[in-house]
Design a protein around this ligand. Structure first.
Ligand SMILES: Cc1cc2nc3c(=O)[nH]c(=O)nc-3n(C[C@H](O)[C@H](O)[C@H](O)COP(=O)(O)OP(=O)(O)OC[C@H]3O[C@@H](n4cnc5c(N)ncnc54)[C@H](O)[C@@H]3O)c2cc1C
Ligand code: FES
Ligand code: FES
Length: 1410
């Protein structure tokens, strides 16, 4: 561009406008045309798709842009350039009216069971990448949009069958999508299988080729055609073209009968706002509407104004001195524009700034949000509502200005001026954002220009860097703090120091109202050389400037991040810090970083290409964003019971991917269906004085309110029931905990019901009530406990006093606390209840125990159980949360339907689900342990206090589960005192590995403590205290199995005593000695997990064509139960089939659970339901085999050979009963057994931010003879990653009233693709023949979750290394190696243990040493 040249790009047609065009809304979904003349403008695209079309592929899982379940592909057509643009969007945030003339593609549009599946569907299925399947459609669409984008690019043509996507892009394609089941590894493999640069042999277990085979060829994969799918139908293109003329003459378009307006000029907008039409209306201006994912709407709107049609807001004006970007430009487009500019602009400094801004923007939200989220929306939300914005911070550092319009007035303001104004009202329009060019010879900013001019004689360099510390490296998580720094520096040739000539230090998201500049620090630093002492002074000043406002979580951590980032930015410039003689602490990565800023070639630093930007941003630290996941799976397949033992694909995986699989909320609503939403208490203990509804648009939509008063005569106020007790459905006059259901609001749609529920005003009184019990301590003080029946209370082992007497060392009364965890099933609680004739009711419930739902509903309604039919086909993730916790939802819905005599359905919004779910039990543990000098533990005593919440649920089982898992080591003597506390918080329930997770962790905490006290390696203490078979027998009386089955010692030795492990340990020591700001740790954790089989029914029927129907008590939750059952049925009936079971495999269909068809279904829980269901099926098949054998023999004698179909045909003719059902009751002596496994994890922590990266995890798990290794592998990996969530990321927090405040994806962070191990290896051990197990198999659903403690323990090791270095000199701080690492070990926790002031300490030590 020449100096005078300016380029302008306006993406929206600008023209003379005169009239208003009234229009219908026209768009396409999967090629089908939709034209709507009337629409409620509040309707989201997702709501429309799910309730008004047959396409149910897009799922609702969060409604806030945080999970990706609803992702669809949106295509727009530009008639001028005849160009179609496609991008992924979250349909839960996209308003339906905003897609006029767009084409929508859901996963059904890619392919389906009738027309053939798309290769994405097939590859997801073949790579075993779908378990419950609820996330799968969204994953497929995120991948699809990445493929479309890459394949449209002008990159070189890849080999046939591949796309132009790179493996790294393939991984990032699903970075914003959550999956709670798989652990992501197989999903990543499915995605990477499309990438031309992938080595197919590196991909994991799949059904296209066998591992290790030389046939990992693209030809074996379902073929990827790069032009396979038409995303924008031709008819719509024509309509877009013909609509242009009308638009060209209009001031604005009005859609949906005047509820949605698209003005075509700023004047047009203000005319609208000032018009009569808008007076007295609730109006909202929108661009992408993603803001509603951050700040939830509290009421409906009458009218919307879509700002995207105003040309000024969509302008991209490239000027010589900067770039002006219209406020309606999306973040994705802004990234593209800035990157494009990097390629064409002259000055490297300018390139640097733009590249860094673009790179940072890439970490805002996720791709499918960025694609519609506008820059202007972000800044307005920051200004108005104090959004913890990244955009604001980076633009502030870059010296940006904004142009705003307020009625007739137009102002250009610096960002600081903009933020300091009173919150913008809704008539203030943000027009554009201007980012100046940072070029030290012709700078746009006068502030800098002056400074630069005055120093024109000196060599001057520009540096720009941005930082953010967030739980997820790739984004999709708001930052604890973000910052961006711009500095102009020059070399003082005399001293050799770099001097700061000018500086802009911006910080945001840390609990400030908006991004700020640390001016005092800037003023202090400007004109000064960068030295250690100046730096120390600067960071002291910075601490005073960065003070989060009251109530911000982790305030000191956030301040420390500011210091870390400034240090990270400036310290490579400090000459003295680099001098090796002076500074023994300077590490190699510092040196490497320094190489990026060599004093004599500083210009290099600004020659950063956009591609290099992310590596550069991390100054050489481990870059999470750029590392590809590697994996290895080792397993032996067993052919003994073919097809049992084969890694066949999960039943229904393709239809899950194509969106055809029917979950409860996908069942079409029956005629006259109503919708319910809970109103819950926000007080822990209070009288309910009354419930009223605020006057609002939403309140007008309320149809009725259902409460305990509506329970029919003869019914009971019961909402849940276990063998230990019941729980009321609704509070009557007293609320006993925050989150307690008070009633249901009923409305015409789910969205309206949810909105109505927000209008409720509940008045409370605490008169004459005692203070609620909100903590374990308070429960103890008031002796508020639940009884634990003696038959499940665990047994002590040995004599604790004697054990203590034998000990050389003792640790007395050490304390640990463990928090809760939320299930985060992708499908929230949901039910559809349909009243039937004769006082019957049919209930479709997403449920792990339909039988219990039948009983609770029967009791609540006061009707016999046979009047209640519960149907459960599949569950979109359960993890224990859809067992007892699903019952209140099913019951409330049934009550409403029963009362109203109309179908009622409920699908809880994520917030309500999180508030009511309860989750894992928090607990407080106090232990005393005695041990010998060699580390052998002689006695352990545990005092355990478990917070059960308000009702029993299954909490009395917890002491048993915790202690059994704790027994994985030989403690010599083990005694304990366990109390289950009743408190005024939501009921805690079973969550995957309930109690076992905590028990296993407590054991590790004790072991680590012993190791620290003896200053020895924790693994040696672990090994020393592993059970011998003799001690195993003592601790696990009756379920220890045979000596040969006790595989744990060999598993542990193979992992922890291997050469590879020792090599890693050495490398870690070497690494730690050379790195100041990063430390690594490694740990090997063994587990013993006891499980128990429960009685389970099964029924097998053979139809006249030979096809087979199987019913089981177990529910398909994603754990692959149906797949194993299918294999078992084929195997067992295969005895009758000359071709063996393989032939029958495709003839078996497992059908949904129906409580009136198969009774005594029981609970699908405890990891053993698959095997017990298999056994029940096997027994049923055996009955059929016995019935059919004589016939087969006779026929064979007559005909020589009889195949399956003629056999069945003849059996029918001869009236053989072809249906058999059994109730498998496990043998008392063998129903409990032990599972073994161990895991080694290696992590790296960043001492500046507290971030933990899991470098590698190696899991070995004994599956016996796996019934299906692909399914078990999925369970192992998925459970492990869920465990990583518990130990490292997931904070399920409550406020002072016990009300859950981690109530959405914004605050609750489950693991994502970027937080799983970078190398993830699993070995499934086939430990051979187990006589008492179902076909020698063992459980896999829950035990592997316990292995994730290895990540926590490795983190502890890394922290220990950091502390030993940091705190070694100060004795007053106690032994640096003895500390408790909380669960979850989030970034603030890790950083705190590594020293919130570690930078200050480092500099102080350095200065005092020098
Ligand atoms: C899941 C998720 C994660 C996110 N993570 C981050 C993050 O990590 N960092 C970060 O910085 N941001 C983050 N965001 C915020 C995101 O950047 C904003 O939601 C988005 O930029 C808003 O743009 P929009 O076009 O969707 O605004 P809308 O939702 O359409 O509008 C938001 C508000 O701004 C008003 N408005 C919009 N444009 C204008 C205008 N030109 N003039 C006047 N008023 C206007 C609207 O009336 C409305 O009140 C996240 C958002 C989501 C949903
Ligand atoms: S449901 Fe839309 S992103 Fe979660
Ligand atoms: S398969 Fe991903 S959430 Fe269940």
């Amino acid at each position: 561009m020449s100096p005078e040249q300016e380029e302008e790009e306006v993406t929206v047609m600008a023209a003379k406008k005169r009239e208003v065009v009234e229009r219908s809304l026209v768009f396409a979904v999967n090629g089908e045309r939709f034209e709507l003349s009337r629409v409620d403008p509040n309707t989201t695209l997702l709501e429309f798709l799910r309730t008004k079309t047959r396409f149910k592929g897009a799922k609702l899982a969060c409604g806030e842009g945080g999970c990706g379940a609803c992702v669809i592909l949106l295509s727009t057509y530009d008639p001028v350039h005849n160009r179609v643009e496609e991008f992924a969007v979250s349909s839960c945030l996209t308003l339906l009216c905003s897609i006029n003339f767009c084409s929508v593609m859901t996963t059904e549009g890619l392919g389906n069971s009738n027309d053939g599946f798309h290769p994405i569907h097939q590859r997801f299925s073949g790579f075993h990448a779908s378990q419950c399947g609820f996330c799968t459609p969204g994953m497929c669409m995120s991948l699809f949009s990445a493929l479309v984008k890459a394949d449209k690019s002008n990159r070189p043509e890849p080999p046939d069958g591949f796309s132009k996507l790179t493996a790294s892009e393939a991984e990032k394609a699903i970075a914003g999508n959550l999956c709670r089941c798989t652990g992501y590894r197989p999903i990543l493999d499915a995605c990477k299988s499309f990438a031309a640069d992938v080595d197919l042999e590196d991909l994991g277990l799949n059904s296209f080729w066998k591992k290790g085979e030389k046939h990992a060829l693209v030809g074996r994969l379902p073929y990827h055609s790069r032009n396979g799918v038409c995303t924008f139908p031709e008819y719509l293109k024509s309509e877009v073209k013909s609509s242009l003329d009308a638009l060209n003459n209009s001031d604005y378009t009005s859609l949906a009968e005047g509820c949605w307006y698209c003005p075509y000029s700023v004047d047009g907008l203000y005319k609208l706002l000032n018009s009569e039409t808008f007076s007295g209306c609730r109006v909202k201006m929108v661009v992408g509407n993603t803001g509603s994912g951050v700040y939830k709407e509290l009421d409906l709107y009458d009218k919307y104004i879509d700002l995207r049609g105003i040309p000024e807001l969509s302008v991209i004006r490239r000027k010589n001195k900067g770039i002006e970007i219209g406020a309606a430009i999306t973040i994705s487009r802004a990234i593209e524009v800035l990157k494009e500019d990097c390629e064409r602009i002259l000055f490297s400094s300018q390139r640097l700034v733009f590249a860094k801004i673009a790179d940072h923007m890439n970490k805002v939200a996720s791709q499918f949000v960025r694609n519609t989220a506008s820059l202007g929306g972000n800044l307005i939300m920051t200004q108005r509502s104090q959004l913890p914005s990244d955009i604001a911070t980076i633009l502030l550092a870059a010296g940006s200005t904004v142009c705003i319009q307020m009625a007739a007035e137009r102002l250009v303001l610096t960002l600081e001026e903009f933020f300091e104004r009173p919150p913008c009202d809704y008539r203030t329009l943000l027009l554009s954002i201007y980012i100046p060019c940072w070029n030290y010879t012709s700078n746009a900013s006068s502030e800098i220009k002056e400074s630069v001019d005055s120093k024109a004689t000196k060599e001057s360099y520009l540096l720009f860097e941005t930082f953010r510390a967030a739980p997820r490296p790739l984004g999709n998580a708001v930052a604890y703090l973000n910052s961006a720094f711009l500095a102009q520096i020059s070399l003082d040739k005399i001293s050799g120091n770099l001097v700061i000539d000018n500086l802009r230090l911006a910080f945001g998201a840390y609990g400030s109202e908006y991004a700020i500049r640390a001016r005092k620090v800037e003023n202090f630093l400007v004109g000064k050389p960068v030295t250690a002492s100046i730096l120390l002074e600067a960071i002291r000043l910075l601490r005073e400037a960065i003070i989060p406002k009251e109530g911000t979580p982790h305030p000191s951590y956030r301040s420390s991040l500011a210091v870390s980032f400034l240090f990270d930015f400036l310290h490579p410039l400090a000459k003295d810090l680099a001098e090796p003689k002076k500074n023994i602490h300077v590490d190699v990565f510092n040196a490497a970083a320094r190489a990026e800023y060599p004093i004599d070639s500083l210009n290099e630093a600004v020659h950063v290409s956009p591609d290099k930007a992310s590596t550069y941003a991390n100054n050489g630290r481990f870059d999470n964003c750029d590392t590809l996941l590697l994996s290895k799976q080792v397993m032996k397949f067993s052919k003994d019971y073919n097809p049992v033992g084969e890694p066949i694909k999960k039943v229904g995986a393709e239809i899950q991917a194509s969106g055809e699989a029917v979950y409860v909320d996908d069942i079409p609503s029956p005629k006259d269906c109503l919708y319910g939403a809970f109103i819950y208490s926000t007080k822990p203990l209070a009288h309910i004085k009354g419930i009223s509804f605020r006057s609002s648009l939403a309140s007008n939509k309320l149809i009725t309110f259902i409460s305990f008063k509506d329970i029919p005569k003869g019914g009971q106020n019961i909402g849940s029931m276990t063998m230990f007790g019941t729980e009321p459905l609704f509070a009557s006059s007293l609320s006993e905990y925050s989150g307690q259901p008070l009633g249901l609001v009923i409305a015409e749609t789910q969205g309206l019901a949810n909105m109505c529920a927000k209008q409720a005003d509940v008045s409370y009184s605490t008169e004459n009530l005692e203070a609620p019990i909100l903590s374990i301590e308070e429960a103890v003080r008031k002796s508020s406990f639940f009884e634990v029946p003696p038959f499940i209370y665990p047994k002590q082992v040995g004599d604790f006093s004697q054990g203590m007497a034998e000990a050389d060392h003792k640790i007395l009364s050490a304390e640990i606390k463990l928090g809760s965890q939320y299930y985060f099933y992708m499908e929230t609680q949901t039910t559809l209840a349909v009243p039937d004739e004769d006082n019957c009711i049919m209930v479709y419930s997403s449920n792990q125990c339909p039988e219990a739902a039948q009983q609770v509903i029967g009791k609540c309604l006061g009707i016999p159980f046979h009047n209640v039919r519960i149907i459960t086909r599949r569950v979109g993730g359960g993890f224990g949360g859809k067992a007892a916790r699903a019952l209140p939802v099913a019951t409330a819905c049934a009550l409403a339907a029963y009362k109203l005599r109309r179908p009622v359905r409920m699908y809880l919004d994520r917030k309500t689900d999180m508030i009511m779910a309860g989750g894992r039990h928090p607990m407080k543990i106090n232990y005393s342990v005695g041990f010998k000098c060699d580390g052998k533990v002689t006695a352990l005593h545990i005092d355990l206090l478990i917070n059960a919440g308000i009702s029993e649920d299954v909490s009395p089982i917890m002491p048993h589960n915790i202690i059994e898992a704790l027994k994985k080591y030989n403690w010599g003597a083990l005694s304990f005192d366990v109390k289950v506390c009743r408190t005024n918080v939501s009921t805690k329930s079973a969550m995957r590995g309930p109690g076992e997770v905590q028990g296993s962790f407590i054991a590790e905490a004790v072991i680590e403590h012993v190791a620290s006290a003896l200053s020895v390696d924790a693994n040696s203490i672990r090994r020393k205290n592993l059970h011998t078979f003799e001690s195993l027998k003592l601790f696990f009386e009756g379920c220890e199995g045979e000596a040969s089955e006790y595989t744990l010692p060999s598993i542990f030795d193979k992992l922890a005593l291997s050469a590879s492990y020792h090599h890693h340990v050495e490398m870690i020591q070497e690494f730690n000695s050379r790195n100041k700001w990063r430390k690594r740790g490694i740990s090997c954790v063994p587990i013993i997990h006891k499980v128990m089989l429960r009685p389970t029914p099964g029924k097998v029927s053979v139809l006249n064509d030979g096809s087979i129907i199987v019913e089981v008590g177990g529910i398909e939750l994603g754990q692959g139960l149906w797949t194993k059952v299918k294999q078992m049925a084929a195997f067992a009936l295969g005895q009758l089939c000359a071709d063996g079971g393989q032939y029958l495999l495709e003839r078996v269909r497992v059908i949904q659970a129906d409580t009136l068809s198969l009774i005594q279904g029981g609970w699908t829980a405890g990891s053993t339901t698959s095997e017990s269901s298999c056994e029940a099926v096997c027994l049923s098949c055996n009955v059929l085999v016995e019935r059919l054998k004589p016939l087969k023999k006779r026929l064979e004698e007559q005909m020589g050979f009889v195949s399956w179909e003629p056999l069945i045909f003849q059996a029918n003719l001869e009236a053989v009963n072809l249906s058999a059902s059994t109730y498998f009751v496990p043998d008392y002596t063998s129903r409990s057994y032990l599972n073994f496994g161990a895991a080694v994890s290696e992590v790296e922590i960043d001492l500046l931010t507290g971030a933990t990266t899991i470098l590698q995890s190696d899991l070995t798990y004994d599956c016996g003879q796996s019934l299906n290794p692909a399914v078990d592998l999925g369970q192992i990996e998925g459970a492990f990653v869920q465990g990583v969530g518990f130990y490292m990321y997931e904070e399920y927090l409550t406020n002072a009233d016990g009300l859950v405040v981690s109530d959405g994806t914004w605050t609750y962070k489950v693991p994502t693709v970027d937080t799983i191990p970078k190398q993830f290896n699993v070995e499934i051990l086939n430990s051979g023949h187990h006589q008492k197990r179902v076909l020698s198999s063992k459980a896999s659903g829950e035990p592997p979750l316990l292995l994730a403690a290895s990540v926590h323990c490795a983190t502890r090791e890394a922290i220990r290394a950091a502390r030993l270095e940091l705190f070694s000199c100060t004795e007053s701080e106690g032994s640096p190696s003895i500390f408790q690492l909380e669960v979850p070990a989030t970034m603030p926790i890790v950083k705190e243990l590594c020293g919130l002031d570690n930078v200050d300490r480092y500099l102080e030590t350095f200065l005092s040493d020098s």
